[in-house]
Design a protein around this ligand. Structure first.
Ligand SMILES: [Zn+2]
Length: 360
């Protein structure tokens, strides 16, 4: 009898890596788009990709080194029709982050994420993945009281069109995957326990995903997490049972779920098993970026083996629970720690694949 081929389990990062401290300091002193900063950004991206590849990670990112000031509003930062007093995200430790507010139409992106991909692809030797922000997160830019002469329906049309363009540009340039960051999904349940806000977010994101073919959707994923900033979260107390059934309704081929930091992983795995669609692959988080402890490869291996009890191996992948610094000035995790954790993810995932292959 022919020997079965060895089992491989795909493993991918989420996106962000802490920025070099000198870059953070320089940006804090002035404009994040000062042309004099170009060499610092370039060096940060080059070094990030080199270190990423050294971990053995089969897929890398640019660490979002140029996403100033965060994962959500990079595309509109600096626009003249944005005010700083928008939606506030409250974190469990008491700190907050504030989004921008749209002051007038029309809504257009100032930059698309494929501009980051252009630079990353110059340095990378392995596939590069690109994260983009979800339409639902950007829908929070539109003020509750409305904008005169620019109705919400028009804003949503413009938003969907910009998001669609951004994903297509990334796919066309060869992004291995395009990941839609949907951290506000779990937060939506916290803000509105009736589930109404979450449903509206799911519907909006599905309007966008429906524009893509089944082949394109295999390269598109959605990331959910309880938030991650200064080692704190915004919605970890929301039971995944309130979120995941809706999340798997999203028309995306890949779902990236924070799991390592959950109190009861088996509870979550049971929900995933029940709602995961046959055409979807779930990447479970095996690394907790906000936990200072660096996971060992053996700890990761055991988390993967645990997940494999619930999820068919051909639909299983591993990831980090979140980016390591979704907000660019978050220095709570060092670059060294982030890369050590990523290396543990890669090695631990390999160990699990070997173990599962031996049991074939
Ligand atoms: Zn996240």
């Amino acid at each position: 009898m022919a020997k079965p081929p060895p089992i491989t389990i795909p493993t991918e990062p989420i996106g962000s890596i802490p920025r070099p401290l000198d870059l953070i300091e320089r940006v804090a002193k002035g404009d994040s788009e000062d042309p004099n900063l170009a060499p610092l950004y370039e060096e940060a991206i080059r070094d990030t990709i080199e270190r990423f590849e050294a971990t053995g990670s089969p897929v890398v990112t640019d660490g979002e080194q140029r996403k100033y000031h965060n994962f959500a509003t990079y595309c509109v930062h600096g626009l003249p029709n944005m005010a700083p007093d928008g939606f506030t995200i409250p974190f469990a430790d008491g700190h907050t982050r504030r989004m921008s507010r749209l002051t007038r139409g029309p809504f257009r992106y100032r930059r698309y994420a494929d501009s980051y991909l252009d630079v990353a692809l110059r340095y990378a030797h392995v596939p590069v993945k690109q994260a983009v922000i979800s339409p639902s997160a950007l829908s929070l830019l539109y003020p509750a009281e409305g904008i005169r002469d620019y109705p919400r329906e028009q804003f949503i049309d413009d938003l969907l069109s910009e998001h669609d363009s951004e994903i297509r540009r990334c796919l066309k340039k060869g992004a291995y995957k395009v990941q839609v960051d949907f951290t506000e999904g779990r937060l939506a349940v916290k803000i509105d326990p009736s589930g109404h806000l979450l449903n509206s977010f799911i519907d909006l994101n599905n309007l966008a995903l429906s524009r893509f073919s089944p082949e394109e959707r295999r390269r598109i994923g959605v990331h959910t997490c309880p938030g991650s900033d200064f080692d704190s979260t915004h919605s970890a107390d929301v039971d995944y049972a309130e979120l995941l059934p809706s999340l798997f309704e999203l028309k995306a081929g890949n779902v990236y779920i924070a799991l390592a930091g959950e109190r009861d992983r088996r509870h979550v795995l049971k929900i995933i098993r029940k709602y995961l669609k046959p055409e979807q692959r779930v990447f479970v988080g095996v690394i907790a970026p906000i936990d200072p402890h660096i996971e060992t490869p053996e700890e990761v291996r055991d988390r993967v083996l645990e997940a494999s009890e619930y999820i068919p191996i051909e639909q299983l992948g591993t990831t980090d629970d979140c980016g390591f610094s979704p907000f660019s000035d978050d220095t709570s995790t060092s670059r060294d720690t982030a890369f050590a954790k990523i290396q543990a993810r890669v090695r631990g995932t390999e160990l699990a694949a070997k173990r599962l292959g031996a049991h074939q």
